[in-house]
Design a protein around this ligand. Structure first.
Ligand SMILES: [Zn+2]
Length: 123
């Protein structure tokens, strides 16, 4: 039986894969992930699209192995180069950048009353 962190060091894992590997309950797996994040690790949590809404965890930053950072995109786990200051690899950064851009746009609209009225008026 291994720990959640040890399992994530081998690559991205879903909740049920972690439960099977560690023998822990779903709740205990989630607690372990939260504990790891509190202790300086960076475990990314992405929802798996599809029938079963399960979390997919990637160990982006391993405190005990600070030289290695991995892509936070669901299921990717590509090791990031030192010159890459983001949490995503070259393949996933453009898609993530677009999502972040749209979220910023929506935030901006939410903050500006005039623009909010425009959105409301368009309905
Ligand atoms: Zn990636």
């Amino acid at each position: 039986m291994t720990g959640v962190l040890a399992e994530l060091r081998r690559g991205p894992r879903t909740t049920s894969q972690l439960m099977a590997a560690t023998g822990l309950s779903k709740n205990a797996v989630q607690c372990s992930v939260r504990r790891a994040n509190r202790h300086g690790h960076d475990v990314a949590n992405a929802r798996v699209c599809g029938g079963h809404h399960e979390a997919l965890y990637t160990l982006v930053f391993d405190r005990d192995n600070p030289g290695v950072r991995r892509c936070a995109a669901p299921g990717c786990g590509t090791v990031l180069s030192h010159s890459n200051g983001t949490r995503w690899c070259r393949r996933h950064l453009p898609g993530v950048a677009f999502v972040l851009y749209v979220e910023q746009l929506l935030d901006g609209i939410g903050e500006a009353d005039e623009q909010l009225e425009l959105v409301g008026g368009a309905r």
